[in-house]
Write a protein that binds this ligand. Structure first.
Ligand code: FDA
Length: 307
């Protein structure tokens, strides 16, 4: 029952100030966000790719209030692309972006987000890689899918995320699986009302399997974004039944979560991509990770008390 409370706190400015200022927060944050600057993250990219893993990079940030912040987000991604260019890793390192960070919620936000994300997609394509549009809360998704469709006209490799907890997602999956998209399927990490989303884990897991089957049987490239051992086995079985080879789908997990499993799947010959977040505006990302697993919150509170 703690999850929804933490997710509500993830949108509170007061909690943001309190938690960001707590002296031990940084130590716990480091487990999920291994750097604040491009200089700090490049060695992490080298280390993980050296172990046979692939990456999707996220410059943390969301819910901005001014267009200048959206431009700054675009520039942060462009700096990242410029730095990883020399590593010549091509599609082994792609980018994940949140359109809210590119101005989607501001006035004229749809056009603003599209205008800001396009140069990042172009820069990524120029170094042989691509961008995936993260899924945020349900009110943002029509705009996200429209931007995805627009970008795919010039950059068909552009990916997007769909969330199994939403009732709408089965229909979205059919549309995307039919048009050959790269699609990451996740359970969903936001606090959503019962009118639009399943609330029980069992229902969400069942929806995940139904939607994954649609993606596997389609013509696109499914990306399985989950740490759930049962769903990973189901995905392997569905891929086998759909006649997909090992390079015709991939697994994705978050940095700092089940790291041994990242290596195990990669060693089995699977494409395994680690979602690696970095930057200073880590509050929203960090709080969603706490909400997903109460043990994380206990660890966080214990480290504050024992300080
Ligand atoms: P579940 O929550 O059932 O966890 C299964 C097991 O994984 C747990 O028992 C535990 O062992 C481990 N685990 C999971 N979360 C953990 C945590 N925080 N700390 C420690 N252990 C944990 N969501 C979204 O709404 N939009 C998006 O764009 C994305 N993008 C995204 C990319 C990638 C690569 C991943 C893996 C996930 C996302 N998510 C996301 C988050 C997703 O919606 C979901 O909240 C988390 O992945 C947790 O769900 P699981 O599928 O891992 O299952």
């Amino acid at each position: 029952m703690l999850g929804p409370v933490i997710l509500a706190a993830s949108r509170s400015d007061r909690m943001r100030r309190l938690i960001s200022a707590a002296p031990v927060t940084k130590q716990v944050v480091d487990r999920f966000i291994p750097g604040e600057t491009v200089d700090q993250i490049v060695p992490v990219v080298e280390e993980l790719t050296g172990k046979g893993l692939e990456l999707t990079m996220d410059v943390v940030g969301e819910d901005i209030t001014r267009p200048e912040q959206a431009a700054a987000a675009r520039d942060a991604y462009l700096r990242l692309v410029d730095r990883i260019k020399d590593l010549e890793l091509g599609e082994r390192v792609e980018m994940s972006v949140k359109l809210s960070m590119f101005g989607q919620a501001l006035e004229g936000g749809h056009e603003l987000a599209l205008a800001n994300v396009r140069p990042v997609v172009e820069a990524a394509a120029a170094i042989g890689t691509t961008v995936t549009l993260d899924a945020e809360d349900h009110t943002t998704l029509d705009s996200m899918f429209a931007i995805h469709e627009e970008l795919r006209k010039d950059f068909p490799q552009t990916g997007c995320v769909i969330q199994a907890y939403l009732f709408r997602t089965e229909a979205d999956a059919r549309r995307l699986a039919g048009n050959g998209s790269r699609v990451r399927l996740v359970k969903g990490a936001y606090k959503e009302p019962a009118e639009v989303a399943f609330q029980q884990k069992r229902e969400i897991d069942k929806a995940y399997v139904r939607i994954l089957r649609i993606l596997m049987e389609g013509t696109g490239y499914p990306m399985i974004g989950s740490h759930d051992p049962r769903l990973i086995s189901v995905a392997q079985e569905l891929a086998r039944r759909a006649g997909r080879k090992l390079d015709e789908y991939e697994f994705q997990m978050l940095y700092g979560i089940r790291s041994d499993e990242h290596l195990r799947l990669a060693a089995e010959g699977h494409r395994m991509r680690v979602y690696t977040a970095y930057g200073t505006d880590w509050y929203g990302y960090f709080m969603r990770r706490l909400a997903e697993k109460p043990a994380n919150l206990r660890f966080f509170v214990r480290s504050m008390v024992s300080k």
